[in-house]
Design a protein around this ligand. Sequence first.
Ligand code: MSP
Length: 650
Amino acid sequence: MERFYITTPIYYVNDVPHIGHTYTTLAADTIARWKRLAGAEVFFLTGTDEHGINIERRAREAGLPPQEWVDRIAPKWQALWARLRISNDDFIRTTEPRHIRLAQHLFQEAYNRGAIYKGIYEGWYCPSCEAFYTEDELLEGRLCPIHKRPVEWNTEENYLFRLSQYQDWILRKIEEEPQFVQPETQRNEMLSFIRGGLRDLAVSRTTVKWGIPVPFEPTQTIYVWIEALMNYVTAIGYLDDPDRYRRFWPESRHLMGRDITRFHAVIWPCFLQAVGLPSPKQVWAHGFWTVEGEKMSKTRGNFIDPLSEITRLEETSGARWEVAADAFRYMLLREVPFGQDGDYSHAALVHRFNADLANDYGNLLNRTLALVERHFSGAIPAPGAPEGPDGALQRMAAVLPDAADQRMAAFDFTRALADIWRFLGAANKYIDETAPWAALKAGDRTRAGTILYNTLEALRIATILLTPVLPAATQEVWEQLGVAQPLGGQRLADAREWGGLRPGTRIRPGRPIFPRIETRVEAGDAAAAPRAPAGGKGGTKKMDEITIDEFNKVDLRVAEVLEAKAVAGADKLLELRVRIGETTRTVVAGIAQQYAPTSLIGRKIIVVTNLQPRRVRGVESQGMLLAATHDNQVVLASLDHDVPSGVRIK
Ligand code: MSP
């Protein structure tokens, strides 16, 4: 059986979590859940890093002894993870006796083996990082590269770890094992860091009292970073449960943000090597979330609280809180390729909720169940002989679980989700094109039943595959589908088999799981010439009444974007080539600040086709697309689900 040990960093308890920390933990949770789905034996660890000068200071500011402070903050992290249904198997706190024992044991071992020696350490020191920096790592004006604050020249008599001796070893390891540090950008960064030369590392402190005492010289404490890294072997049972350690350590993966790759990919393996223990299997460093382009940090205080983001989505959508939490997780994992940096916005969350969850997934479920309820008395119809596009949908389903599994194994959440959404898109297209309502009208109940069965079957498969990302929402979908077997017991193998739904099963349609968020549209606001919303924020401008005949003079059509490019010399304009039925035309629109040209290709939009043509910056615009302007953002109008281009809208 495959085993899988996944860790998050242990978070500092000097403050409360923001979306950055939540991101790492949600990603780790998703992988852990995926691996369980794939049948692996999983151990998922998270925890808190509770020693060091920063915590000591923070406690002093709060007027509390450090132990009381950490005892007060650590439960907040645990509560957050519980609220977000994080499925960790253990939660480690570095102030626990099991960890103190392990840290002293390994430190002693390194000393016994001659890997730690007493010496003088001096250098530029950032008290916030609790780390020394070399001259060339500092920013101009001798500022810490992380905190952008002045560093101090620091001299200490303490114990040093012979990191420099492992330089060739770790360089070769990272060169020869391309999978050891991922993604590639981080691997390259580590290689050049090592080639720049490794210096011995101060691993004890005389000045810091709040730490684990050096076993052979208790007036010193073990440097918090070295001690913190050891949590990964404490929790897997190196001292307490050697059997578990033996089974899981060779399958260990450390997940973290790229701010702390060095500690995990260089220092930690070297230290383990020094004490005769194997390296973790993989170190995976993801990118950073910014807010309006600014780095989020506790020090700066510009951080976004994940719980309030979720509550805001819950309130605007009316979805259950747990479903809103799922949507938040989905958005973080879908929006930005894992490993790259991303800018967080609530608007992106709303967009993903509406477009992907409410439309593509939720609405497909609602309308299919409604047809079964109405025409088949709420019992899943038995499928007849496959016809036309049925086979294509089934073939797509057959390859999806393994394709997604491969993506997930490579931490490629974005592509795994895109694959699943392509399948949902195909299922939407399938029901639209096979039109069960037409078969019913023609009296062909067998065909209508087959189509509905196939669509529900596609939903069953997608739902199993989505459990790691949408644990609460998929549970609700599952209940509405009426499947008797618990969702928690489903495995990847169940998603591989077409035909898992039992005909005759009583469906249980309920209220929409992802209720669409209505974003108010300003009357008369179209994107051809975006302007500030009239009538104040969120208000609707009073306009003259028109008759239905007058309205009918406006020819609105579904259009598919074929090409999109910037208009030279205009930073707001894009030139689009769109297909409307059999014809194509050019539309110039003021949407360049919100939409990248490539993101529009293949999208269905709504175009007014009978406006008089107009020349804009030398380009003839033969129509106007519909969009809402809100908070100075232009948001394209779209359709609830896919319809062919050329269809009229009234
Ligand atoms: N205590 C150390 C880790 C010790 S691990 C042996 C630490 N803690 S921390 O609380 O500062 O958490 C850092 C981690 O939080 C990052 O590595 C990353 O996983 C996550 N993030 C913090 N801010 C982040 C963003 N803005 N964006 C993405 N992830 C972020 O460092």
